[in-house]
Ligand binder design. Structure first.
Ligand code: SAH
Length: 218
């Protein structure tokens, strides 16, 4: 992949950014991250022509890459300034990982499915971002070695806030996590204040299940 940005997709990417602006995304850093991230590399070739539509697409192993406007809303909620250390649970395609890499200083991302992680690793390398570390494993346990995190983004639905993630959130840090049943969840933003955790409901959502020790076991 000589030029991962591939000029033929530049116009489509610009239109996606305009769509995001029209849908209420105003954080310029977030919009810029979308302009910098080649989403066509993260989707299978069969749906590549749809890569810059504002829609969710299948990425294999029964998983999907979320709608860009959904990523954009979450990223805007995190209010990243560029100096933060971020933990992402559920790398999936790696698309959001690269968006985060443009918005924060360091990104740590954990994925449970080996094939997804390997594919994401290749594509992230092609995007030439150098501040991402990936780990294969159970993200409900967090990544203690690099904690605390200024922001934690959980990309799959949990029955409750995984305790290790709450512990690994920095004081003043924010976590976005979909909480509820397997069928429906509320996207929740949790802000840590010392030993207290403020919870704010954002919007009803439907995510794939978070598996693992502090997720859905089976
Ligand atoms: N944000 C991703 C989409 C993620 S879909 C993107 O942009 O493509 C949710 C992902 O969470 C899936 O890849 C799934 O395999 C992963 N996942 C589920 N449970 C997990 C766990 N306990 N630890 C790490 N990843 C997990």
């Amino acid at each position: 992949m000589a030029n991962p940005m591939m000029p033929e997709y530049r116009g489509a990417r610009r239109r996606l950014v305009e769509t995001l602006q029209e849908s209420g995304i105003s954080d310029l850093a977030v919009l810029h991250a979308f302009e910098q991230t080649p989403r066509h590399l993260f989707v299978p070739s069969g749906v590549r022509h749809r890569a810059y539509e504002d829609s969710a697409l299948p990425i294999g192993s029964g998983q999907t890459i979320s709608q860009p406007s959904v990523h954009a809303r979450y990223l805007q909620l995190l209010q990243l300034k560029g100096h933060e250390k971020v933990l992402e649970v559920g790398t999936g395609s790696g698309y959001q990982t690269v968006l985060l890499a443009h918005l924060a200083a360091r990104v740590f991302s954990i994925e449970l499915v080996p094939e997804l992680l390997e594919r994401a690793r290749d594509v992230i390398a092609a995007c030439e971002v150098r501040n991402v570390s990936l780990m294969l494993g159970d993200g409900t346990l967090g990544w203690r070695e690099h904690a605390p995190y200024d922001a934690i983004l959980v990309s799959a639905a949990a029955p409750d806030i995984p305790r290790p993630l709450a512990e690994q959130l920095a004081d003043g840090g924010r976590m976005i996590v979909p909480l509820g049943t397997l069928d429906e969840q509320m996207l929740v933003m949790v802000t840590r204040r010392g030993d207290a955790y403020e919870r704010r409901d954002i919007t009803p959502v439907r995510f794939v299940p978070l598996l693992g020790t502090h997720g859905w076991s089976g």
